[in-house]
Design a protein around this ligand. Sequence first.
Ligand SMILES: NC(=O)c1ccc[n+]([C@@H]2O[C@H](COP(=O)([O-])OP(=O)(O)OC[C@H]3O[C@@H](n4cnc5c(N)ncnc54)[C@H](O)[C@@H]3O)[C@@H](O)[C@H]2O)c1
Length: 304
Amino acid sequence: MKIDDVKRILAIGAGTMGHQIGFLCALHGYDVVVYDVNDDFLAAARRRVDRLADRFIARKRLAEEQKESLLARMAYTSDAEAAAAKADIVTESVPEDPALKGKIFGQFNRLCPERTIFTTNTSSLVPSMFAEATGRPDRFLAFHFHDIQLTDVVDVMPHPGTSPESLELVQAFARRLDQTVILLERENFGYVFNAMLSDLFKSALTLAAKGVAAVEDIDRAWMGVLQAPMGPFGMMDSVGLTTVWKISDYWAKATDDAQLAANAAFLKVLIDDGRLGKKSGAGFYSYPKPLFQQPGFSSQKSGD
Ligand SMILES: NC(=O)c1ccc[n+]([C@@H]2O[C@H](COP(=O)([O-])OP(=O)(O)OC[C@H]3O[C@@H](n4cnc5c(N)ncnc54)[C@H](O)[C@@H]3O)[C@@H](O)[C@H]2O)c1
């Protein structure tokens, strides 16, 4: 299959990421089927796509008169057989469980045409963990998106059994979607950006949990030196403290690391207090006007 032969995309999972990736494909002219086992999630995805289109119109990334034809390119179904019938590329965004992902790919391997390329949007797993279960490991790799409203950076990560043709096709597809491809030369947990981000979070939490400096000063240091709009604790608030805690807690137990356990305990105090980050109105900062966004919070000088 050549890139010009790719016409139809199947997005498996209609949640936070599935509807966004489906929307992005339709925005670039592809026919999209969004598949989910849950009809309520499918209905919600349809509404979320509609709102996403309005936001893209407001930001002049979509012409108003193109909205209806974009929406018409997207179908929503819980019928796996119908969803799979004509798919050229599959993008999977179901919950982060390698056994579940493997099982679903195995199911779609029986339903999809031979040519179909399978991709996973996993955040923290690597494709070799369930490549065999897909039934077509040579036509399978990770193609990972971030929030499509924030960034156009995507990770493309093959596993050792991915064919060069599949890798080339997915990169060409990413370029057709106007994305900036970060190509992984080998498998890595967290790809590139998330791997760096998790080390930054770990360093910042260690400094705070050890009492080296206050949360605000740690963010101030990062923001002031790099002239960045937020620091690591502001970023943690955006991600959600439960997610950051789950990752710290998991690795603390998996590696028996006392500092990681202390970092997880430091986060747990806020979570037990209902401070879950930006989405709950409070985390390390209070929203909608967090301290780190107030004028003069960090150095505004530049030059030396
Ligand atoms: N949320 C993020 O910011 C983000 C960013 C990048 C990658 N990811 C990754 O994307 C994947 C999905 O995350 P999400 O946040 O969109 O999850 P989500 O919980 O919002 O959505 C998952 C969807 O999968 C559906 N589902 C469950 N079992 C299914 C099945 N057997 N068949 C079809 N659909 C099924 C659920 O009904 C739900 O709609 C995960 O692997 C995650 O690591 C998430």
